[in-house]
Design a protein around this ligand. Structure first.
Ligand code: GLU
Length: 504
């Protein structure tokens, strides 16, 4: 095959939201096109009228864009080989069908769905492959033509040789052979007039000058049928690269049971698009030097379609989390704050109208609280450390700390000093602690644990050198749910201790 310019396509059917497996197929096509200065085409395969919906097409385009993909030709992008929606290409397919019928390479099939279904069941019951009997293949073409003109509905089938082998060299799977005995005459056009996938795909890939078909392995069994169609039309097939399936960790097909599978869900749960992109690229391909955290530009440089693995790729959410954490780490404070904002605003923690001071505060808070976060949907929970302070709702461990002997002394002393200090920063906090240590002789855990509980109503969380300034500065800002200052917190804890409402 003489290839002047590499042209690949992603050809989704808009019958649902785009899932991880298809997203990976789109990504590999995109990487291959871009690294070869080729063309990436988006073609919408919407000939299944009952299941295709415009809404899915729109979502699909949004999801691909969110991932960071772009295309040179497509229903929204235009191009010289359009239309790029199969439902708008019906007359093109029809032209080819007429040619195949006239040349005797295809024939009308009048068999009813019930009839075919019955044959299928009989074959399955007998333990044989359900292959079309070829009943209509022997009909007289003139007679078939007359029945069509008189209004009878028929499908169009391709005549496939009864015997022999059909083979192709897959760029990933190597040489593959198929026995023609196991391939019945495939339907090219359904009796509804809509082309079958295997037929439209051939004509479109040909007319759109596709050089490489990179798609999921679930299409391997379709490929011989497509090659037979190319032959019947005297066309040269493109090169094929079939990607192994994406599975869950338990080796079953990835499904909702394993976690998010639809691309938009990953955006909603707060994965960074470059991290998702990075992780998808590792599904079936490994970077040569083992460095796995990679930006788009690096992936473009390193990706190699020929090195894609033949075995199934395992979608490992933990690894995705790790990759996401690495990409989060790379963001500067402004980037972290900007991305955190929608998740926190939606949870009612941040005001819609953020002032400059709010943003500065959020940058600091995000810098501290985003550490170790797998995805942004965890942020409201993380930020509750600053926004929620309820000494009435302590866990058992915190309760037992407040019940300890040192707690009332430490907290009372701390409260008194804090009242006088008028506001707190970490240096003041450290000085106060020193004084309490000297005055009471209490030190170590007996000193620090009650103070942490008094300030945070928790037993773990941020280091106090980070926590104190966030809370103090936050308390001066207006939030839908105000942040309590350190003084307010200690006063509340003290009151709670004293009230002895205290089954603390
Ligand atoms: N519409 C087909 C699908 O979504 C395209 C397969 C192909 O790339 O040929 O699976």
């Amino acid at each position: 095959m003489n290839i002047e310019k590499i042209r690949v396509r992603f050809a989704p059917s808009p019958t649902g939201y785009i899932h991880v497996g298809n997203a990976r197929t789109a990504l590999f096509n995109w990487l291959f096109a871009r690294q070869n200065k080729g063309v990436f085409v988006l073609r919408v395969e919407d000939t299944d009228v009952e299941r295709s919906r415009e809404e899915y097409e729109r979502r699909l385009i949004d999801d691909l864009r969110w991932m960071g993909l772009d295309w040179d030709e497509g229903p929204d992008a235009g191009g010289n080989f359009g239309p790029y929606r199969q439902s708008q290409r019906l007359d093109i397919y029809q032209g080819y069908t007429q040619k195949l019928l006239q040349e005797g390479k295809a024939y009308y099939c009048f068999c009813s769905t019930e009839q075919l279904e019955k044959e299928r069941e009989t074959a399955l019951a007998a333990g044989t492959m359900p292959i079309y009997s070829g009943r209509c293949r022997v009909l007289d073409p003139g007679e078939a033509e007359r029945r069509i003109r008189s209004g009878e509905k028929a499908a169009v089938r391709l005549k496939v040789p009864d015997e022999g082998l059909i083979s192709f060299d897959d760029l990933i799977r190597g040489h593959l052979e198929f026995d023609l005995k196991l391939i019945g005459d495939p339907v090219l056009v359904r009796s509804t007039g809509f082309p079958a996938y295997n037929y439209a795909v051939v004509i479109d890939d040909h007319l759109m000058k596709i050089t490489h078909v990179v798609r999921g392995e679930d299409h391997i069994s379709n490929t011989p049928r497509q090659i037979l169609t190319y032959r019947a039309l005297s066309l040269e097939p493109p090169l094929f690269a079939h990607l192994a399936m994406v599975m869950g960790k338990d080796n079953t097909r990835l499904s909702k049971r394993h976690g998010a599978t639809a691309v938009d869900q990953f955006a909603i749960e707060g994965y960074l698009a470059p991290a998702f992109f990075n992780y998808l690229a590792l599904l079936g391909w490994a970077p040569p030097e083992g460095r796995e955290v990679l930006e788009k530009a690096e992936l473009l440089e390193l990706f190699d379609l020929k090195k894609v693995s033949r075995s199934a790729a395992i979608f490992d959410y933990e690894k995705l989390h790790w990759i996401n954490r690495q990409h989060i780490k790379k963001l500067d404070p402004g980037g972290k704050a900007r991305r955190a904002f929608p998740f926190l605003a939606d949870a009612g923690l941040l005001p819609e109208a953020m002032t400059e001071v709010h943003w500065r505060w959020l940058e600091k808070a995000a810098e501290s609280l985003m550490e170790g976060v797998d995805k942004f949907s965890e942020l409201p929970q993380k930020f509750s450390l600053l926004f929620d302070f309820t000494p009435l709702a302590l866990d058992e461990e915190a309760k037992s700390i407040l019940k300890s002997e040192s707690a009332p002394k430490v907290i009372t002393a701390f409260a008194q000093k804090l009242e006088r200090a008028g506001g707190l920063d970490y240096a003041k906090y450290a000085a106060i602690i020193e004084e309490i240590k000297k005055e009471t002789g209490i030190k170590g855990k007996a000193l620090f644990h009650p103070l942490r509980v008094a300030l945070t109503a928790r037993t773990s969380g941020l280091e106090l050198d980070k926590f104190i300034p966030l809370v103090e500065e936050g308390a001066r800002l207006s939030f839908p749910r105000p942040i309590k200052s350190c003084l307010e917190r200690v006063r509340e804890t003290k009151k709670h201790l004293e009230s002895k409402a205290a089954d603390i």
